[in-house]
Design a protein around this ligand. Sequence first.
Ligand SMILES: [Zn+2]
Length: 92
Amino acid sequence: METIEPSNRCIHCDFSKNLRRHDKRLRRVRDMNLIHKYLHLLIHVKRWRCQNCKKLFCKPLSSVPSGSHQTYRLQEHIFEQCRATTISYAGR
Ligand SMILES: [Zn+2]
């Protein structure tokens, strides 16, 4: 079963035609909710094969940096915590 989604673009060569669906993977991503409790998200990611450069790619997720296992908001939260810790240590 192969489908073509015209809105997709190859991240390697920017080719937007002849993209074939390769498979579907379940991606596990760490996130946190509003009460700062860590949780895991399971996201279905479609993988595509570019017929131009023959490379595989998956569409980037808007909430997860590519290649990361954490969402943007979790990364920001960790960054803020590190900064707060540094400031409190420096104040002693
Ligand atoms: Zn390509």
